[in-house]
Design a binder for this molecule. Structure first.
Ligand code: HEC
Length: 600
């Protein structure tokens, strides 16, 4: 047994992020019989609800595996999934019984597109485990991240689960902070590349705080914010700063190894958050949703990709200086001129959680030798609508993007693309020996299997959906947020009670500020469009108050101060929700929030 990473994560001041925000524990509703998808034409077994290019079909391969993160498929078709617990996913006894192993082995022995064998192994909550993200196969072993370690299990002939205890490969990986996950990949020569992501958003002296400058130098880069390299064949390697392979990578969750002579290793980059929220004098409200780009990086020894001093501006197509380090809102370049730019860029806050190099023959030729990217989706575009929550295909040419990308699979989230309401969120990717693509979801632990059946309409490129340009605008304020809190009844919002000493006009103004229509605050990003809460912030529509007596004055003072150390949530609420609001606007907001909590 070892120290629980949960405690360590709690110590970390903040862990707001696009990437790993995923948990259950909030109010989403089960899909009803009526909303359950019908199989598309030509795909009789398709029960996935996904939108795919013509000729592709998907099945729900497995469900309810836990918070499924990355997955890998063995040469004989066993799908191994790593699942995660801890602060990112509030524990609930129903889906995570204490004695259930965090690793899952799934196999479809009847060729139905569904796993009929489902076995669990590895550490459990009872044994002190918290699961993990990273998983890989190498040389007859299954490698998996668990707590602060990467361990390996010898696979046995004739059994899909290993026996006996694992061997430790790496120990002492940093936990805590914004990004405590450690995805990894193992190259043919045994090089194990491990993502040790940043503890903070942008290495500010005070993480995610208004106008707080960057630490100079950014000390955490010694042990975080980069890719570390270990030897997959060596036991008991201690994590050390000297094993760093590449740096300046805030959060590189997805790895892809390009097969063939070039031997390229790609990693995704989750761009930083809160350019407007923390630097409102330098960035417009909508730039919170459009900057910076998400990236795919081609890593090489000692390369520096610029975090935290630089971020990638998709409009100017270059790295520019971050406001924490003297940036002026996107013109100054400074030291960023010497950092390594990405090989491909995507719209901000799509959250690329996994990457897969596809080299099988099963999909039409246009999908060969390119990258599939699992976009988990995020919160930081609020109050603008969230995007991502999809699988994208990116063709490659000589180690660079070979043209614009296409949306390959969509429909995971269901009607609402937000962290609190998405039904499923793409988290990991794997490819089977037969060329089928597997996608894991970390909300409910669904695993999808996508295959190509071909057919008349299929192979052409006429019916593909291009990705929006990485520099596309923020889009409209989320239509979810435009609805009154009661949902479908258009007059319902008007029925909010008006607190004594205020007016119906104030409540109405508060409604508009809350939903981002005035003042640029992102309250809905964390508290939900209806104020009923999300994984990032509590309900404001209840009767219990954590931070005040629930009076208009009390609520206004919480909004003004923010909540630096939440009692029940892992990430702080910035003062004024990260916006700049006048005292009148705060009072209107407080009147509206009071109304939410006094609704009949
Ligand atoms: C980045 C996420 C985030 C944003 C944005 C945000 N909040 Fe919060 N809010 C939180 C968290 C976290 C808490 C504290 C919960 C806890 O202590 O566990 C909180 C607490 C509160 C509380 C106190 C609730 C109580 O029980 O006492 C109020 C009121 C509130 N927020 C209103 C707002 C308003 C209004 C906005 C928009 C101006 C806003 N918040 C923006 C995350 C957020």
């Amino acid at each position: 047994m070892q120290a629980s990473p949960i405690g360590l994560m709690r110590l970390a001041l903040i862990s707001l992020l696009g990437a790993a925000i995923v948990e259950s524990g909030t109010a989403w509703s089960e899909p009803t019989e009526a909303s359950r998808p019908r199989a598309p034409a030509g795909c009789p077994k398709d029960d996935s609800g996904l939108v795919l290019p013509p000729g592709f079909c998907a099945t729900v391969f497995a469900d309810d595996t836990g918070h499924a993160r990355h997955l890998v498929v063995s040469p004989d078709g066993v799908v191994y999934v790593n699942t995660w617990s801890g602060r990112y996913y509030p524990r609930d006894g129903k889906s995570e019984p204490p004695d259930r192993g965090f690793l899952v082995a799934l196999k479809d022995t009847q060729r139905t597109g569904k796993a009929d064998v489902n076995q669990r192994f590895g550490e459990t909550l009872n044994s002190g485990g918290a699961g993990g993200t990273g998983i890989a196969l190498y040389d007859g072993f299954l490698y998996a991240e668990i707590n602060d370690k990467i361990v390996r299990y010898q696979l046995r002939h004739g059994s899909i689960t290993p026996k006996g205890s694992p061997q430790t490969i790496v120990i002492g990986l940093p936990l805590g902070g914004d990004h405590p996950m450690h995805p990894f990949a193992i190259d043919a020569d045994g090089s194990m590349y491990v993502d040790v992501a940043s503890a903070t958003n942008s290495c500010q002296i005070k993480n995610r705080t208004l106008n707080s400058p960057g630490q100079d130098p950014c000390v955490e880069l010694e042990t975080r914010g980069g890719i570390w390299r270990f030897d997959a064949r060596k036991l008991n390697q201690a994590f050390t700063p000297s094993a760093r392979f590449a740096t300046g990578i805030r959060n590189g969750e997805g790895f892809a190894l390009e097969s063939g002579a070039a031997h390229r290793v790609y990693v995704t980059q989750h761009g930083r958050d809160q350019l407007h929220a923390n630097w409102p004098d330098l960035y417009q409200a909508e730039e919170e949703a459009t900057l910076p780009a998400e990236e795919v990086l081609l890593i090489s020894h000692k390369a520096d990709f610029g975090w935290p001093e630089c971020y990638y501006d998709p409009g100017q197509k270059k790295l520019v200086l971050a406001p924490e380090y003297g940036g002026d809102g996107g013109k100054k370049v400074g030291p960023c001129a010497t950092k390594t730019a990405p090989v491909a860029a995507y719209p901000a806050h799509w959250a690329p959680n996994d990457l897969l190099y596809y080299d099988k023959q099963a999909f039409p030729p246009r999908y060969r030798n390119g990258l599939f990217i699992a976009f988990h989706g995020s919160w930081d575009r609020a109050p603008y609508g969230q995007q991502g929550y999809n699988i994208v295909f990116q063709s490659l040419a000589g180690g660079k993007a070979g043209g614009t990308c296409e949306i390959f699979a969509d429909g995971f989230a269901g009607p609402q693309k937000t962290p609190g309401t998405a039904l499923y969120r793409p988290s990991g990717l794997g490819v089977g020996p037969d060329g089928a693509l597997y996608v894991s979801d970390d909300v409910r632990g669904r695993v999808y299997r996508i295959e190509y059946l071909g057919g008349a309409a299929a192979a052409g490129s006429g019916q593909i959906t291009q990705c929006p340009d990485a520099a596309a605008g923020a889009g409209p304020i989320s239509t979810m947020s435009e609805k009154p809190p009661e949902g479908t009844n258009p007059d319902a919002g008007a029925k909010l009670p008006v607190p004594p000493g205020t007016s119906a006009d104030m409540v109405a103004l508060g409604n508009r500020i809350f939903h981002g229509e005035v003042g640029g605050a992102a309250c809905t990003g964390c508290h939900g469009a209806d104020g009923a809460g999300t994984p990032l912030g509590p309900t404001l529509a209840g009767t219990e108050w954590l931070w005040s007596d629930g009076s208009v004055d009390g609520i206004a003072s919480t909004i003004t101060r923010g909540v630096m150390q939440p009692k029940q949530y892992r990430a702080p609420m910035p003062p004024l929700g990260g916006a700049q609001l006048s005292p009148e606007q705060v009072r209107a907001l407080a009147a509206y929030v009071w109304g939410l909590s006094h609704r009949q």
